[in-house]
Write a protein that binds this ligand. Structure first.
Ligand SMILES: NC(=O)c1ccc[n+]([C@@H]2O[C@H](COP(=O)([O-])OP(=O)(O)OC[C@H]3O[C@@H](n4cnc5c(N)ncnc54)[C@H](OP(=O)(O)O)[C@@H]3O)[C@@H](O)[C@H]2O)c1
Length: 331
């Protein structure tokens, strides 16, 4: 099968400017943390990526350790790029990251310049790319001077291996320091990637305001709480769900889903039905209602989930009453 992108791919998607930069991102991006390893059926991976691009999702989020095995998702994505998307490279924003354990020894983890530069070179080889659009430091490293980690990101940009740089899961205070160091080096911090959902609100305390003040974009992950904020776990654990499959590598497990959470999710599900949308759609629309959010990275195990999730844009606005009812459901 020869892939031809849909001519209508830009008709429905909304694109938001990322902080003060010139880059616009789709409000829905696709992440390849799970379901794109070398053990996942290649045609399924391919269909999910095609469906996403046909819906106007121009941004694909990867990391060195996504798989299984680590590196597997970048290899899968590299194959899809080569086979189907090479003609569309200039329509794509591809990101990768390093910061979690990747290879044995002292140079395959955390935030040293040695690790980050070597890891990006490996990622480029796996994906068959000359450069990534965004490279992230994946998590804070308290033992490496922030100046060293940020100068590694700056070097990537100066050597043309990354166009923009970002950080993930840094606190507001760490973000201020990182942004200031990068500013001094002449490479602005483009974006921050935190976990954010109806069930995890930590960024509301101070990070969102910090990002706005620094002109940095925000792209959330696990905004469906790995599937909990959909209707699939309302009556038990389906075998073909992320929990049912027991994927490992940070994937949610049964013991992390409490009865209290399911009680809240049932109430949220009733509210989403009253709004005429799926719980997945309401959960994504709720994250995107804040204009400081540039994008939400969704995960998907099937192409249909991408289509369902993108339709959150059909009913994106909330009344004050709906927002009040959502807060009450979470109490
Ligand atoms: N920076 C970081 O540290 C970090 C950490 C985690 C993730 N991320 C990024 O964020 C991306 C998304 O994370 P995530 O996978 O946790 O996201 P998520 O969107 O919260 O969860 C995705 C899972 O939810 C289910 N799902 C998705 N859409 C659905 C729908 N419309 N209806 C029903 N079920 C649906 C699927 O699970 P089933 O398998 O059950 O069908 C899917 O695999 C990752 O791929 C990665 O790129 C970054």
């Amino acid at each position: 099968m020869i892939y031809q992108a849909s001519p209508a791919r830009y008709a429905e998607m909304e694109y938001r400017r990322c902080g003060n930069s010139g880059l616009k991102l789709p409000v829905i991006s696709l992440g390849l943390w799970h379901n794109f390893g070398s053990t996942d059926p290649f045609n399924q991976c391919r269909n999910i990526v095609h469906t996403a691009f046909d819906c106007g999702i121009t941004h694909f989020d990867l990391a060195n350790n996504y798989g299984p095995p680590p590196g597997g998702a970048e290899e899968t994505f590299g194959k899809i790029l080569k086979q189907d998307l090479s003609a569309y490279r200039d329509e794509l924003i591809i990101s990768s990251k390093a910061g979690w354990p990747m290879w044995p020894g002292p140079y395959g983890d955390l935030g040293s310049k040695k690790y980050l530069i070597a890891s990006l070179d490996q990622s480029l080889r796996r994906m068959g790319l000359d450069y990534v659009d965004i490279f992230y430091h994946h998590r804070p490293d308290p033992d490496t001077p922030l100046e060293e980690t940020m100068s590694a990101l700056d070097l990537m940009v100066k050597t043309g291996k990354a166009l923009y740089v970002g950080i993930s899961s840094y606190s507001a205070a760490e973000t201020v320091k990182a942004a200031d160091i990068l500013q001094g080096l002449g490479t602005p911090l483009l974006i921050h990637q935190p976990k954010y959902s109806l069930l995890d609100r930590w960024i509301e305390a101070d990070l969102l305001q910090t990002l706005e003040e620094k002109g940095v974009g925000c792209i959330s992950f696990s905004s469906l709480a790995q599937g909990i904020l959909t209707n699939k776990y309302l009556n038990g654990i389906p075998e073909d769900s992320r929990v049912g499959k027991g994927l490992g590598n940070g994937a949610i497990q049964e013991e992390q889903i409490s009865a209290d959470t399911i009680t809240k999710v049932k109430k949220l599900n009733d509210l989403s039905e009253a709004r005429g949308q799926s719980l997945a759609q309401m959960s994504l629309a709720w994250v995107l209602k804040d204009p400081r959010m540039t994008s939400v990275i969704i995960g998907a195990s099937k192409p249909e989930q991408v289509i369902d999730s993108v339709r959150c844009l059909d009913r994106a606005a909330f009344t004050a009453q709906e927002l009040g009812l959502i807060e009450a459901a979470l109490q």
